[in-house]
Design a protein around this ligand. Structure first.
Ligand SMILES: Nc1ncnc2c1ncn2[C@@H]1O[C@H](COP(=O)(O)OP(=O)(O)OP(=O)(O)O)[C@@H](O)[C@H]1O
Ligand SMILES: [Mg+2]
Length: 235
């Protein structure tokens, strides 16, 4: 399924891109959206950061959320993962407000933050094992997933090196692995290409395509640029 691209922040990507309202889209697809934003709005004091965002994403859909600095992308992401409560509006997962069961919702969620403070004294492998343990993955499944993702992102030989010695791109790849390793239904990625070289970006794009084909719902924040648009359209 082709991704939808929201280029401004006061529109419904579903209705704008396809020319149908979201109810028609749902009926045509014959299934309910996995992730929805309804009238999502956030004020920081008197500063309006996000205004009335609406979208409805079905399984397999990829939404590229593009905008310039300060346009409210990361604020939207924080509301989508339940880290910030919206001033008004709501986020729904399978039709239910995420605020009613945040713990349950987060079990289905993979998240890459815009900036992360990785524990510098842990090795890449130790960090991923920590994430897998917190997520309740069984040790054999966790090991299999970690090993295959480390191989895929060319980090296997560096797995015993402390994160403080990793380059920015290596740390970003660790963050991507930690978001993907528990096979989440919903992926929310805030500038996931940040620091990635061409090869890693290509691997990432192929991963997004295969995850979309497997019915995952993916929300990707990217800086507003022609190459970002090309990236999302190619997914
Ligand atoms: N914790 C906060 N307190 C007050 N204002 C904030 C806070 N976080 C963000 N803002 C303001 O909200 C607006 C949107 O910020 P946000 O970080 O969501 O934008 P962004 O699109 O992610 O920007 P960037 O491309 O630089 O990452 C900005 O005007 C910012 O200054
Ligand atoms: Mg941001």
């Amino acid at each position: 399924m082709k991704p939808l691209i929201a280029e401004t922040f006061s529109v419904s990507p579903v209705s704008n891109e396809l020319g149908w309202d979201s109810l028609e889209v749902r009926l045509l697809a014959g299934r309910r959206p996995m992730l929805e934003a309804r009238g999502l709005t956030k004020y920081y004091g008197s500063v309006l950061a996000v205004q009335s965002i609406d979208f409805a994403l079905e399984p397999g859909q990829v939404l590229g959320y593009l905008g310039p600095n300060g346009s409210g992308k990361s604020t939207t992401v924080k509301m989508l993962i339940g880290l910030l409560e919206p001033t008004s509006g709501q986020v729904l997962f399978h039709g239910k407000n995420i605020q009613h069961d945040l713990v349950g919702y987060r079990k289905h969620l993979g998240y890459v933050p815009e900036e992360a403070n990785l524990y510098p004294y842990l090795t890449g492998l130790e960090y991923l094992e920590l994430v897998g343990t917190v997520r309740g993955m069984s040790p054999p499944r966790m090991k299999a997933k970690i090993d295959s993702f480390l191989e895929l992102f060319s980090l296997f030989p560096h797995r015993h090196v402390a994160l403080s010695s990793y380059s920015k791109g290596m740390r970003q790849r660790i963050l991507l692995i930690s978001a993907l390793m528990d096979n989440p239904d919903v992926l929310i990625l805030d500038e996931p290409l940040s620091g990635l070289d061409v090869t890693s970006a290509l691997i990432f794009k192929n991963l997004i395509q295969s995850l979309s084909a497997r019915g995952k719902t993916i929300f990707i924040v990217l800086m507003f640029s022609k190459s970002s648009k090309r990236f999302v359209r190619a997914c």
